[in-house]
Design a protein around this ligand. Structure first.
Ligand SMILES: [Zn+2]
Ligand SMILES: [Zn+2]
Length: 89
């Protein structure tokens, strides 16, 4: 990840803090931005990401890609390709 990319909620600007704030429907808890929104346990590819309320977020759901600020075009395309090629179980 390029170092000038920021990860923030598109709705409230809550900044990603590296914590494991996301739960998959399989019950797994992890940092969704570590894996481009793919659950490491059941391999489900999430296209949306909820803003976590525990660390102070707003709880709104946004497309995963909208969370990245300052993303290079090639990196955005790469992420889009990843998100589109993973089968959504
Ligand atoms: Zn899962
Ligand atoms: Zn938010």
């Amino acid at each position: 990840m390029a170092k000038d990319v920021e990860i923030k909620c598109p709705k409230c600007d809550w900044a990603h803090d590296g914590g494991e704030h996301w739960w998959c429907e399989c019950g797994h808890r992890w940092d969704t931005f570590e894996t481009a929104a793919r659950c490491p346990n059941c391999k489900k590819q999430w296209e949306v990401t909820q803003c976590p309320t525990d660390p102070g977020g707003c709880g709104e759901i946004s497309p995963h890609l909208d969370w990245y600020r300052g993303l290079d075009d090639w990196l955005r395309e790469e992420l889009e390709r990843i998100l589109q090629t993973q089968p959504a179980e």
